[in-house]
Design a binder for this molecule. Structure first.
Ligand SMILES: Cc1cc2nc3c(=O)[nH]c(=O)nc-3n(C[C@H](O)[C@H](O)[C@H](O)COP(=O)(O)O)c2cc1C
Length: 367
């Protein structure tokens, strides 16, 4: 069954608010984590067809990312520098509690005409939790807490006298004032394990997953949409990809080869060990990185697997394949963000729109 929708596929980029870019490699990267670089990048992105930007939350260095700006304040700064871009602020339950997060995001929603969204992340980095004195919950407990967190956010944003009795959070007749203006902040989440999918199917607006082939994405989408239907909920899907778009396929592939050749093997292996352990703790022994190879792990979220590596036309066609598999949004990382976001917007997105228009003219196949 195809889940492709008729809406235009949306584009987001990863905000480089941590140092070192999005690949664990010593290849030259003309990307900077500073606010000046990021303000300009956000403006380039919104002028070139990107609808969303996703910030990252990290509390400590780990396998790159030596310096890390905080995600909510950084997202606010980007929103203040742009006109239409929606910025997704990453939030980690534990360090954040839902009362503070709801209040903080509601205020930013007012300040920016409803352009802020959140990505509730559940955590994969045990050393980070230890460093800041946060309890490391078991895998599925992390998701149980995240689900309560999301239910609390929604309750606080939409109800007066909100009362909630969870195992992690409690609210008593709480009325947030002012509540967010419409559009309400969208709630994204990351993770691919059973617990992550089930949470998405019950409470999230958007499910982000690691890069993968259209076949594997279709399997996840079918699974989640089926579960969501059972809960009378609907959830959209964002797929990660690391894009290398060049005039010829050879050039694009040569860049990928150089990224991998210059990868830092100790850091990649240590990162792989960490994320595989975090995922293994899930009862079914799977997780975002269960099947990742050394090459895959050079990009933090398996972005090479989506194979957006080639000419503008090849990449546009592969985006259509991901869309047909059920992706509503493509989340993109790049080597040299400012130049490549602009190139992608100028040469790839228009081709995607052409292909989408051609597809819309086709008769709809009976299911
Ligand atoms: C698109 C995306 C963005 C993420 N952003 C962050 C982040 O900023 N900080 C963080 O600690 N984890 C982040 N994560 C990690 C997830 O929240 C989650 O802990 C991880 O994917 C493991 O999930 P799993 O065990 O369900 O597969 C992100 C994951 C994805 C897919």
């Amino acid at each position: 069954m195809s889940h492709a929708n008729r809406e235009a596929v949306k584009f987001a980029y990863w905000v480089p608010n941590v140092s070192g870019g999005l690949v664990i490699s010593n290849i030259e990267q003309r990307t900077s984590w500073t606010i000046d670089y990021n303000r300009k990048l956000a403006q380039i992105a919104e002028e070139n067809g990107f609808e969303y930007a996703l910030s990252q939350i990290r509390f400590t260095a780990g396998y790159g990312a030596e310096f890390q700006h905080e995600s909510v304040s950084f997202s606010h700064a980007l929103l203040e520098s742009t006109k239409t871009l929606k910025v997704i602020a990453a939030i980690l339950p534990g360090p954040w509690n839902p009362a503070l997060a709801a209040k903080q995001i509601a205020t930013i929603n007012h300040l920016t005409n409803g352009r802020v969204a959140v990505n509730v992340v559940s955590g994969w980095f045990r050393g980070e939790f230890a460093a800041i004195g946060e309890h490391w919950l078991d895998h599925d407990e992390r998701y149980r807490r995240s689900e309560e967190f999301i239910r609390a956010l929604r309750g606080i944003w939409t109800e007066d006298n909100f009362t909630f009795r969870g195992d992690f959070y409690r609210f008593n007749n709480y009325s947030l004032k002012p509540k967010p203006i419409d559009p309400q902040p969208e709630i994204f989440q990351g993770g691919s394990s059973r617990a992550a999918r089930d949470m998405a199917a019950r409470v999230s607006d958007w499910y982000f997953t690691n890069g993968n082939t259209p076949d594997q994405i279709a399997k996840q989408v079918n699974d989640i949409r089926q579960k969501a239907k059972e809960s009378d909920h609907s959830v959209r899907v964002g797929v990660n990809a690391f894009a290398i778009v060049r005039e010829t396929e050879e050039e694009a592939k040569a860049v990928l080869a150089e990224i991998i050749e210059k990868a830092n093997p100790e850091a990649v292996n240590a990162f792989g060990h960490e994320v595989k352990n975090a995922g293994k703790a899930s009862p079914e022994g799977k997780g975002n990185w269960a099947k990742s190879s050394f090459e895959d792990l050079v990009q933090y979220n398996d972005g090479f697997r989506s194979n957006l590596i080639g000419t503008p036309r090849q990449v546009a066609e592969r985006i259509l394949d991901l869309k047909r598999a059920g992706a509503d949004l493509i989340l993109l990382g790049f080597l040299h963000f400012q130049e490549e976001v602009e190139y992608f917007g100028k040469y790839v997105i228009p081709l995607v729109r052409e292909l989408e228009a051609a597809e819309a003219l086709q008769p709809v196949a009976a299911e």
